[in-house]
Design a protein around this ligand. Sequence first.
Ligand code: M1P
Length: 247
Amino acid sequence: MNQVMIFDIDGTLTKSGQSVDKQFARFLMPYWSSRNCYVVSGSDRAKLRQQLPAELINLASGVFACSGNEFFSGSENHYSMSHSFPDELIEYCQRLVDQSPFFWRSGRHVEQRAGMLNISVAGRNSDRLERKRYVDFDKLAGERIFMADNIERVFPDYEVALGGQISIDITPKGWNKGRVYSEIRRLHPDSEIVFFGDRMEEGGNDLPLAEKLLENGHKVHAVKNFKETWDILQEHYPIIVPLAATA
Ligand code: M1P
């Protein structure tokens, strides 16, 4: 049976917020040209283009950005969802940011993307050290879980996912990575789907897609980092060599 591969980016193909390792990118190039490979990320296109080189993105069969709310392949845009988030929700999030006891604000704390809002107390302008400080703080304080619970309680039409390390993602209910499933089924109705992600725990942003795949008999790999993704690919999913090349 044909296989279609879907890869989350942060924590699965790259270290969180960083560019893909050069050697791993070299491994992925022939890999992505030999198979139908898609990527899905909570991040927007601009961020995704900083993390993966253009040659690699162009080899992917398609890219789902903004938690699956935007879909493009090459220069073709397939869809981009838009939603007008209520002022009350945005103000509520801004208040949560302002009230946080975390000592540092780098800027860009409430970011609107296609079909989603990203909220970060440390801010999207945080450098590596600032990110690390917030990660350490959040481990002790559980702030992101606290924020997510509160937002979902006060605004029940919205859902909140923990995507990366320093922020939370808010979408209208159901506008999550799970929507990637129906799109891939439409494009590849007879293929087995294999998904790699690092956030499949309760509240993690890879969970909705992982659940849909498992319910429908597909495969899911919950990885801890890109090295584990690399190992699994080498061990279980060899590069497909076209028949003419083997003759
Ligand atoms: O792709 C995973 C997440 O990457 C970033 O998360 P953070 O800055 O918290 O590490 C954000 O772009 C987030 O929206 C996204 O889900």
